[in-house]
Design a binder for this molecule. Structure first.
Ligand code: ADP
Length: 283
């Protein structure tokens, strides 16, 4: 193995510690801590685990945990009303609507109902527009975590060729935007890219966010490249990513493991966004 393994758990722990300090400073000044509201609809087991972890780490960072669990057959107006109430609640600075939503609910409509000032997932049309324009706003958590991992590892982004594999609204597309803002030369590859290995192997920074287990192998990686694996897949032999860790770690310069890479960073970015939202709302 030649690659430096970037320890996302450690970087996330340090990030959460900084967030906890900011939350305490906010509380000292305003008399109450920033609040994170989580909305979970239905009983998807993976979503339940994610939300539980977000709430636990929010509490550990000193944030106020506000949780709403609605049944899968809830009326859309009920969800909309809840979001309106949370938008108006001065004790709530961040609102997270856990995805995916049960069938029948208008995902885009409900996301856009969240006040952009409290959009700690960075998924509203306004937040995405701000990102595309390069003006300040709340950034999507997983892409923000990817950038923080690269920065912490000392990977140079400016001037680098970054290839993002995947163009999803949640990860691939905003990750490409953030890298572009940091002056990388950015290529987005996707399911119709004709020769993925040819494109990916020119990357100095390769972000794998296709949602396909073990898609990226040795042939996709330029020697010395930084490889960030956003994929997470449950298999009989445990969690794996979009990257074949064992073979890629022989050629890459840096690599993030799964688990313990990007995953913990996503929650750390969510908590940081919540404090940022609280600070902006009271400014
Ligand atoms: P996530 O939001 O978790 O990154 P999605 O499953 O929503 O994942 O999106 C997967 C993205 O990956 C899509 O943009 C899709 O075009 C892209 N993708 C799927 N298959 C491939 C492939 N073989 N090569 C490159 N990109 C792919």
């Amino acid at each position: 193995m030649t690659a430096v393994v970037i320890d996302g758990r450690e970087v996330a722990r340090a990030s959460r510690a900084r967030t906890a300090q900011r939350a305490q400073a906010f509380k000292d000044q305003h008399g109450h801590a920033p609040g994170l509201a989580t909305i979970l609809i239905g009983n998807d087991p993976a979503s339940e685990v994610y939300v539980r972890n977000k709430r636990r780490l929010a509490t550990e960072a000193g944030l106020v945990d506000v949780h709403h669990h609605l049944s899968a057959d809830v009326a859309e107006e009920t969800v909309a009303q809840l979001i309106d109430d949370l938008n108006a609640d001065v004790n709530v600075s961040g609102i997270l609507l856990q995805l995916p939503l049960p069938k029948g609910l208008d995902r885009a409509g409900l996301i856009d109902r969240i006040s952009p000032a409290k959009d700690v997932d960075g998924l509203t049309t306004v937040s995405q527009g701000r990102l595309a324009r390069g003006v300040s706003g709340l950034r999507p958590c997983t892409p923000a975590g990817v950038i923080e991992l690269l920065d912490t590892a000392g990977v140079a982004i400016e001037g680098a060729h970054a290839v993002v594999v995947g163009r999803s609204e949640l990860v691939g597309h905003p990750a490409a935007e953030l890298l572009l803002r940091r002056s990388a030369t950015v290529t987005i590859a996707h399911s119709r890219t004709s020769d993925l290995a040819a494109v990916a192997s020119t990357a100095d920074i390769l972000v794998a966010a296709a949602g396909i287990p073990a898609l990226i192998g040795r042939d996709h990686v330029k020697p010395g490249a930084a490889v960030v694996d956003v994929g997470i897949h449950r298999t009989d032999s445990g969690l794996i990513g979009d990257v074949r860790f064992d073979e890629v770690s022989d050629v890459a310069g840096w690599i993030t493991p799964v688990p313990g890479g990007v995953g913990p960073m996503t929650i750390a970015a969510l908590l940081s966004n919540t404090v940022t939202a609280a600070e902006s709302l009271t400014r």
